[in-house]
Design a protein around this ligand. Sequence first.
Ligand SMILES: [Fe+2]
Ligand SMILES: [Fe+2]
Length: 195
Amino acid sequence: MSGIPANLEQLLAKQLTNIKQAQAAEERAGAVQQTRFLSSEMTALLTRQVGRELFSYYVYLGLYNWFADLGLDGLAGFMKKNADEELKHTEKVNAYLVDTNNRPALPAIEAPAPEYDSAVAVAQAALDHEISVTADWKNIHGLAVNDNDPTTMALALWFVTEQIEEEDKTMKLVQKLKLAGDGLALLQIDEMYKE
Ligand SMILES: [Fe+2]
Ligand SMILES: [Fe+2]
């Protein structure tokens, strides 16, 4: 006999079990915490970027619709190809967040501009958008440098490098369309973009 009433002994044993379970849960939480790669500011910025890349998809889809409506299949195809790439970008950023143990709270996507005055205005809208996305990724790279966050630096470097090509091909389209004007030469440009 220990001198402690049996019901008290049971109560103490139960409390001890509860404490051990709570400690184990804290250790598990701690283990998850240690695998978090990103600062909370970076998580927020990259989550916003998932929305920005998806918005890029939406912009290009709208531009695809504009050219497809005019029967300019070559230029429509160029826009559709870009749209498909933006969807891949969206998934790449989202996957990076998931892989670093985040569950991104996906932002709402705004509607792209519904109407354009000319083919040049369409291509210019794409170029303006690409320039703003380059600025996004440079900003993310800057925060990654401040955070001493090498994996996000690598991700941002991949995207900024990708932006060189995206801006270049869009700039060339703007220039060609400016030279062509809205006449028959537009049909020739369209032929050039057919695959
Ligand atoms: Fe993109
Ligand atoms: Fe892009």
